[in-house]
Design a protein around this ligand. Structure first.
Ligand code: CMC
Length: 442
């Protein structure tokens, strides 16, 4: 990519070195600050001081709106152009030709596997899908109506107690084993959480099935000797897994990196990612989209709902993104996957409402002005519902594939010599040096 094109893309992209001259109007002094890869180092500003005892200038960036926290070679995202690539491969090509397990290999290793590597990777993951029987027992201790995401969060955190070696994060072999275990066991834990809610016996993994097919089997197998997944539904699920595998420095990935920077084991770091993903502004959004569509109920109610959004009383869930200021490329692919799934399951009546909402929003000045477009969550919930997933499972279905992204980002962070324990600064706004007042004097 040429330098000119890169600089048009803004910060965070590798560019030719240059510098910035800053004049401190308090002292009249000028400083030269290097621009590296479209960024200035926040610590470079520490040289800008009024006097020797001054701490130096800090940057203030709540919610990290304009701060690159790392160098990463995993996912490229251009929010203005609506481009998403994993290790340089466009998401559209991966969704069309690849499988989730191949994409997970790509994310973790940086390259697409050859046949032998893919077979070994698939085999390793397949033979690690079982969980310790004690995991099963403690999951049975959750209330019957526990949110499956809460159960997943707790059980992934608990895995660290089953694999105490996992804290040897600088030992490549041990580390690799935990990566395999995490990717392999996530569907099992997710399916156990689902069966728990349904009051049904947990189903053990079937190692004859592929990754998404085995997950469907653990969810839906009843008395049949062998569960046979519908290949079209299995493929749709695989595509959804590919689309959700990574998304560079989002809230949950930043949580994994921040918690992992304390050098805790990867299960605990990934549990932090699951906790972040649980929130309604992140992975919980697809659950909220479905609830919103149900609440709207019929097309006639859309204008009132949209007015509520514009008046700031509502939020159009599944719309808008911190980075995408264009159509989320994942939403385009999911919209197409909807057609494939509905061919098998019959059309979800909520699709009509979703399509109408999208049509109105894309023409409405409120949304156009703010560059609000459908994101990955707008249509994914409709597919999950068609697959007979209760809404509580939606975020869990996001967490399963995002595990490969989290763990790749975690690995990259561990090996990055520039990284240290994450520890932001603050601007203190509270009182100072107050005298303690005894209780009877307050
Ligand atoms: N409905 C209505 N107005 C919105 C929406 C929305 N979904 N999203 C943003 N806005 C408005 C917002 O009120 C603000 O307006 P104003 O300038 O008048 O104050 C403007 O657009 C900018 O929004 P913001 O909240 O400053 O943007 P952000 O980057 O902080 O938030 C977001 C991004 C995704 C949290 C937000 O768009 C949102 O809440 N969307 C709905 C939840 C959702 O779909 N989340 C899934 C994100 S994609 C999956 C993932 O990566 O986790």
């Amino acid at each position: 990519m040429g330098t000119e094109e890169q600089s048009e893309n803004g910060g965070g992209v590798a560019t030719a070195s240059d510098s910035l001259t800053i004049t401190d109007n308090r002292t009249g002094k000028s400083y030269e600050v290097p621009i590296e890869d479209g960024t200035v180092r926040a610590t470079a500003l520490r040289n800008i001081k009024v006097n020797e005892s001054d701490f130096g200038v800090m940057t203030y960036d709540p919610a990290f709106m304009n701060t690159a926290s790392c160098r990463s070679a995993i996912t490229y995202l251009d929010g203005e152009a609506g481009v998403l690539e994993y290790r340089g491969y466009p998401i559209e090509q991966l969704a069309e030709h690849s499988t989730y397990l191949e994409v997970a290999y790509l994310l973790v290793h940086g390259e697409l596997p050859n046949q032998k590597q893919l077979d070994e990777w698939t085999h390793e993951i397949t033979i690690h899908t079982f969980v310790h029987e004690n995991v099963r027992s403690f999951m049975q201790g959750f209330r019957y109506d526990a949110h499956p995401m809460g159960m997943l969060l707790a059980s992934v955190g608990a895995l660290s107690t089953f694999y105490p070696d996992a804290n040897k994060i600088h030992d490549p072999e041990t580390r690799y084993l935990q990566i395999i275990r995490l990717i392999a066991k996530m569907p099992t834990l997710a399916a156990f959480a689902y069966r728990h809610n349904m009051g049904q016996p947990y189903v053990y993994p079937d190692n004859d099935l592929r990754y998404p097919g085995n997950f469907l089997s653990m969810l839906f197998k009843m008395t049949e000797l062998k569960y046979e997944p519908d290949p079209r539904l299995e493929r749709a699920l695989d595509v959804l897994f590919i689309l959700h595998a990574d998304h560079e420095q989002n809230c949950s990935t930043s949580a994994v990196r921040a918690v992992g920077s304390s050098q805790v084991d990867p299960y605990s770091a990934v549990a932090a990612g699951i906790a972040a993903l649980y929130g309604p502004l992140h992975g919980g959004a697809n659950e909220q989209v479905l609830r919103m569509l149900r609440r709207i109920g019929t097309k006639e109610n859309i204008p009132d709902f949209m007015q509520g959004v514009k008046d700031g009383k509502e939020r159009l869930m599944g719309f808008g993104h911190r980075v995408y200021k264009n159509y989320d490329p994942r939403a385009k692919i999911i919209k197409k996957a909807c057609d494939d799934v509905f061919e098998v399951t019959g059309v979800n009546p909520l699709l009509e409402i979703a399509l109408e909402l999208e049509k109105i929003a894309l023409e409405d000045e409120y949304f156009v002005k703010r560059k609000l477009y459908p994101n990955v969550d707008f249509y994914s919930g409709l597919i999950y519902e068609a697959l007979h997933m209760p809404v509580g499972m939606f975020t869990v279905l996001f967490a399963i594939p995002r595990t490969s992204g989290w763990i790749s980002q975690w690995l990259e962070m561990i090996d990055d010599k520039e990284q240290k324990i994450a520890r932001p600064r603050q601007i203190y706004t509270g009182e100072r040096e107050r005298e303690y007042v005894p209780l009877d004097k307050r």
